[in-house]
Design a protein. Structure first.
Length: 528
């Protein structure tokens, strides 16, 4: 375990068996990374087992990894063990776990799923869920007491993702014991056991250890303690229900406008997949501006291609090219990932935003004035109108900078030795970009501990690599639309005020890949 140091990358001295694994299991990643950067500088090397990890808080190097030299870093990290920590081969292949050509194919097929046209079609589903939230807030306002708005947001985002992703009508906002909600909370509130993590220290023995790991996972599934298994059961039931409806003669019925149906229908030609650059599938994913291609009801380039029998951007017709589609297992696995991500990151962002609004009344009032003026003019909250609320969008962006919900999710694997200045990142190393530290660099964000929405007045001066609160996730636009609709509609009707339990300085809980309000966000709601 000297390869990193021999290549000029400083870091802590590793344990000969576990590396720095248990240091990270004892101390939250965000705090451990702060410690590393203070001691070793912006590029730090450490080991998980024998696996080399390189932690990067250098914007120029991050830009090379994510854009300029992306071909050498296009795969996400691998643990070196078959099917990961919770091995189930049936639900392993999805956007996060796929590598190389498989990842490119999946990303090409799924990209149109989050086009402006598709998001506009899902807006009424989101609105119906927000209606329930507002009814609950109305009851709380009538009682005059304080309540935990973060918990209400968790239930809201569970409801939205269940209905928008799976087309399943839940009563989760009125029933916190709902199976959907319990499964999602269990996933993010549970830390991987040291016993499971130890398997990553011995990848060369996995041929022998895999049957044991798979057996333990099967026992967990049999005892109904597997989150993925619970969600897979619900998703498979939704797919069977649609298949049954089709067989029974409802094929002419209008299809659902949810993510599950879009994935079931997703198709791309082999030529289109081959002609798509992997780098273009990730660049500028964090821009929250409206999507120019596909706005105002116009189809995206990918949708035009499908409608024209597979014609690509260069004008060649692919009507005779073989069409690729997603297998049922990949649809289920990807739906699980969307569900898990859609619950945690969106509710956390809304929770952090609520804390900002209740402790910065002047910011809340300025957003409300903007929202009221827009509504008086347009008379509706929808995809187009909420994207024309510049100050509200500035506040959301600054909240995501100050409290990025995802802290350690941006990871890549080096395919070949990579030279940068006076260091070499060895092949097969995991590179990590710590979002929380990137968002709080004083040289990038002057007075970084000051909450200042004016930073985002001119988006053109924001470096997309220095600001990536959702990583490079495909569902980013979906999450942002939900956040904007919720805040606009909530502030249009209610003023959020502090209560006896409101924290002046929010207590944050650091989880393996996210950070959340530890004690909730307590507010009082008063009708405007």
């Amino acid at each position: 375990m000297t390869i990193l140091q021999r290549n000029g990358i400083p870091g802590p001295k590793p344990n000969l068996i576990t590396g720095s694994l248990f240091d990270h299991s004892r101390t939250p990643n965000v705090l451990k990374y702060d410690e590393y950067f203070a001691k070793y500088g912006p590029i730090v090397g450490y080991y998980i087992g024998r696996k080399a990890n390189v932690l990067i808080n250098d914007v120029e190097l991050a830009k090379r990894i994510q854009i300029k030299d992306f071909s050498n870093f296009s795969d996400r990290q691998t643990l070196g063990i078959k099917y990961g920590l919770h091995p189930n081969p049936k639900y392993y292949l999805h956007l996060i776990s796929a590598q190389g050509a498989q990842w490119k194919e999946l990303r090409t097929l799924l990209n149109p799923t989050f086009s402006a046209v598709k998001l506009k079609a899902m807006t009424p589903i989101m609105d119906s869920c927000i209606d329930i939230l507002l009814d609950k807030v109305e009851k709380r306002a009538a009682s005059g007491g304080e309540f935990d708005l973060y918990e209400a947001f968790q239930l809201l985002t569970t409801d939205v993702i269940a209905k928008c992703a799976l087309g399943i009508d839940t009563d989760v906002q009125n029933n916190p014991d709902d199976e959907f909600f319990r499964a999602a909370k269990r996933l993010f509130d549970t830390h991987p056991s040291r016993f499971r993590l130890m398997f990553t220290c011995f990848p060369e023995l996995d041929r022998v250890l895999y049957p044991l790991r798979r057996g333990l996972q099967m026992i967990e599934e049999w005892r109904d303690r597997s989150v993925s298994q619970t969600l897979a059961r619900l998703i498979n039931a939704a797919i069977r229900l649609r298949s049954a409806s089709s067989v029974l003669g409802s094929a002419g019925k209008k299809k659902k406008n949810d993510l599950l149906q879009l994935m079931l229908d997703a198709k791309s030609s082999e030529e289109e997949i081959a002609n798509t650059s992997a780098a273009t599938l990730t660049i500028d994913e964090n821009s929250d501006s409206e999507e120019k291609d596909g706005e105002e009801g116009k189809p995206t380039r990918a949708e035009k291609s499908l409608r024209n029998g597979g014609s690509t951007a260069n004008g060649h017709n692919n009507s005779h090219s073989k069409q690729k589609a997603l297998s049922k297992d990949i649809v289920v696995a990807t739906a699980i990932v969307f569900y898990e991500a859609g619950y945690e990151t969106t509710s956390t962002t809304l929770g952090f935003l609520a804390h900002i609004l209740v402790t910065h009344q002047e910011i809340q009032e300025k957003i409300r004035e903007e929202v009221v003026q827009m509504y008086e003019k347009e008379g509706v909250f929808d995809y187009n109108t909420v994207n024309r609320l510049p100050y509200m969008n500035q506040v959301i962006s600054e909240t995501l900078r100050y409290y990025p919900p995802v802290t350690t999710f941006v990871t890549r694997t080096t395919k070949e030795d990579y030279h940068y200045k006076d260091i070499v990142i060895p092949a097969n190393s995991t590179v990590r970009i710590p979002i929380n530290q990137l968002h709080h660099r004083e040289d990038l964000w002057p007075e970084h501990m000051k909450f200042d929405p004016e930073r985002f007045r001119d988006r053109s001066v924001i470096d997309p690599v220095a600001y990536q609160p959702f990583g490079t996730g495909i569902g980013m636009r979906f999450a942002q639309l939900e956040i904007k609709l919720t805040i606009a509609r909530l502030l249009h009707k209610y003023r959020l005020l502090p209560g006896p339990s409101t924290e002046k300085e929010l207590t944050v809980e650091y989880k393996p890949i996210t950070q959340t309000p530890k004690n909730g966000v307590w507010v009082r709601a008063v009708p405007v």
